[in-house]
Write a protein of this length. Structure first.
Length: 703
């Protein structure tokens, strides 16, 4: 008891500049309040509005004052259209038009856009025109009833369809439809066993031929799309409207105005933490995807305390891992000693006590409610709210089904099958054991903060790319359902997610994070379905490869090869950024290499094939592997490496050689989690490990 823990903040009574008045308004209310600004400046509201020219703008849709950094970011093309329309009747909005015109991104040209079949910005009519011209017919019809679902009919006869651009087993229209839907092209033969049973066997020659035709059609489509000037102009304009309209807001100094009343005097937030809090205040949702140890816990605490102080939210819930409840509660009170938080240990959240906890949460005015992940999942939405959630997911499909007429009736069966599958999946995920009489709506919670959000990555995602599809978990579906419920109430701010690993295993997780945080932007761009998202930005490659179990069996594997013009979806995954992973060599019979999310690994042979070698190819930058010598291309990108792993007859790894394929002639030294991997161009030799020298693989044994 020797000093104050919380020092009262002196309230500002007046300012001299309009910029300072804006800062005071943002600090107190989180928005632009003209009466408060006028009072700070000691002038009338009309005079204050004139003094704020350039600092704030009047929204032409709502007539509310918006801070300039917020107004001049986001979907600026939509804002420009609204301002232009309003300026035609009110010249005062010409200032909006001029300011937005300066920040609108430069239009992308034909040479900067990659056109791929199945992309959402290319209509079904354009696809049909391409196939008709390619096959020299007028019989081809193309439908796109749902995002990611395409139907190609007609044009299957003739040499062009079965020879030049297709095969007899897979005509060109079938190949085109598979490419549009991101499906793997497979050709099977039916073979009758001795017992008279028919089984399907993959035909590698026919499959490879069909895949080659698919590549040829895709390549020709990318050229054909922009050959006609008028068509190119229309498609380029559509692409820019959908994917080149968002301007990111710079939050570097956005948190400097925050006074943070109630915070402990001995806690001084770092600049990046202030920026994170400012982002939480300004955005409908935020992703705190920092490195481990960067202070995400403090950011979440400060963010909800500030939003609640400003009146932007009333009762936030913070969902944390089961073992973090005590630690999170302690840190909250260390940062805000006077905070009123409701937290419970694991023993206080047993089935018979959970209803009492929910009653306390709803009856009192808390600064924050702390729930473990298990407890959060056990507090369900009402049954009618769950039904609304289910209905929202199938309404669009039902509408498409109802509108199917004439020739489109041939797509009805596919839509009906998908509709039935969707209904069954959603019902199964929401039909779980819940506490009777305890409802999420009754708690009064209006904002959700999720710590370790990567634990909710398994949100059900349908995809024709087998390895990209996610079956879904009850935990992820429960979170998504509650977030959609809050959005349905018209909440301006809904969720903040925090994790150091937003993308850990597959590219689908990037889409899932966007689905949680900004589904509105995905829907606005027409990429609310994963296959539509993947067809627009991703490039898949199907190739024959040895099965993981060896024994001379092969399989066709479809995987993402790269992204085409992926910059447009980076803003839509605001806060998403790639993570750098450590290299590691796992258990003996399953050697994997994982680096930065770009992974192409091969499993080692099982014990029946010990002594064989497996090749693992990595396409990564040297800086991501922790090289002792930084070897990079002049442009900063690294070469392609081949990692050759060898196991002995006992299943122990005895060798690991990393070969760079490129104009490098120095030794590369890489250390993984278990064994050091050293290699260079040329023959390996026995000698001491020194920079610039080659080493023998005997030195690579697992210590």
């Amino acid at each position: 008891m020797t000093r104050r823990v919380v020092t009262p903040r002196t309230e500002i009574q007046g300012v001299e500049t309009p910029a300072d008045a804006v800062a005071v308004s943002l600090d107190r209310t989180g928005r632009i309040e003209l009466p408060l600004i006028a009072d700070m400046l000691g002038m009338s509201e009309d005079a204050a509005r004139g003094a704020l020219t350039g600092l704030v703008f009047t929204d032409p849709v709502t007539d509310e004052l918006v801070h300039a950094p917020a107004y001049l970011s986001g979907d600026v093309r939509t804002k420009l259209d609204a301002a232009t329309e309003r300026a035609a009747d009110d010249p005062a909005f010409q200032a909006n038009v001029d300011a937005l015109t300066e920040v609108v991104p430069e239009p992308l040209g034909v040479q900067e856009i990659s056109a791929r079949m199945g992309a959402v910005w290319i209509s079904a009519e354009v696809h049909a025109q391409f196939l008709n011209e390619l096959l020299r017919t007028s019989d081809v019809r193309v439908e796109n009833p749902l995002p990611g679902m395409w139907e190609v009919r007609g044009g299957r006869a003739g040499l062009l369809a079965t020879s030049e651009w297709g095969t007899e087993r897979r005509p060109a229209p079938d190949i085109a439809q598979a490419v549009m839907e991101q499906k793997t092209l497979l050709v099977y033969d039916e073979i009758e066993d001795v017992g008279g049973k028919t089984r399907r066997v993959l035909n590698p020659l026919e499959t490879t031929a069909a895949q080659e035709k698919a590549d040829a059609i895709q390549e020709r489509f990318a050229e054909w799309v922009f050959e006609d000037p008028e068509r190119a102009r229309t498609l380029v304009a559509e692409y820019n409207r959908r994917f080149n309209s968002i301007v990111l807001r710079d939050y570097t100094d956005a948190g400097e105005y925050l006074t943070l009343p109630g915070m402990a005097e001995n806690f001084v937030p770092r600049p990046h933490q202030r920026s994170a809090v400012a982002r939480m205040i300004a955005e409908p949702s935020a992703g705190l995807f920092h490195e481990v140890g960067a202070g995400k816990t403090a950011e979440m605490i400060m963010g909800v305390m500030e939003m609640r102080r400003m009146g932007l939210i009333s009762k936030p819930v913070i969902v944390i891992p089961n073992h973090m409840l005590e630690q999170f509660s302690r840190e909250w009170l260390q940062i805000y000693p006077q905070a009123r938080i409701l937290a419970a240990s694991s023993k206080d959240l047993t089935t018979d006590k959970r209803r009492l906890f929910v009653a306390r949460a709803s009856a009192s005015d808390w600064d924050g409610v702390l729930l473990t992940q298990g407890a959060f999942e056990k507090i369900p939405l009402r049954e009618d709210t769950q039904q609304t959630y289910i209905q929202a997911q199938v309404d669009e499909m039902r509408q498409v089904l109802a509108n199917a007429e004439g020739e489109k009736q041939r797509s009805v069966k596919r839509i009906q099958r998908r509709l039935l599958q969707l209904e069954n999946k959603v019902k199964a995920r929401v039909d779980s054991d819940r506490d009777v009489g305890v409802c999420f709506e009754d708690t009064g919670i209006d904002y959700v903060v999720v710590d370790e959000m990567h634990m909710y990555k398994n949100l059900a995602t349908d995809s024709n790319i087998q390895d990209a599809a996610i079956e879904g978990s009850n935990r992820a579906s429960d979170l998504h359902m509650k977030l959609e419920y809050l959005r349905s109430l018209g909440r301006e701010r809904v969720v903040t997610g925090a994790t150091a690993t937003p993308i850990s295993n597959s590219v689908t997780e990037a889409f899932v994070m966007q689905k949680y945080l900004r589904p509105d932007l995905l829907e606005a761009a027409g990429i609310g379905a994963f296959d539509a998202w993947a067809a627009t930005f991703g490039q898949t490659v199907t190739q024959m490869e040895m099965a993981p179990t060896a024994n001379n069996t092969f399989r066709m594997k479809t995987r993402f090869a790269k992204f085409q013009r992926s910059e447009p979806w980076h803003p839509r995954g605001r806060g998403l950024r790639g993570r750098r992973a450590r290299t590691a060599t796992p258990a003996p019979c399953r050697a994997q290499a994982r680096v930065g999310g770009l992974v192409d690994f091969a499993q080692e042979a099982d014990r029946r094939c010990l002594g064989q070698q497996a090749l693992v190819r990595l396409q990564v930058a040297p800086r991501d592997l922790g090289f002792h010598q930084a070897l990079q291309e002049p442009d900063g990108h690294g070469p392609v490496f081949g990692l050759l792993l060898q196991v002995d007859r006992r299943g122990q790894q005895v060798g690991g050689v990393l070969h760079p394929f490129g104009p490098h002639d120095q030794v590369l030294v890489v250390r993984s989690g278990l064994v050091p991997l050293l290699a260079g161009l040329g023959q390996r030799q026995r000698r001491v490990v020194r920079p610039g020298q080659l080493v023998h693989h005997d030195l690579l044994r697992d210590p």
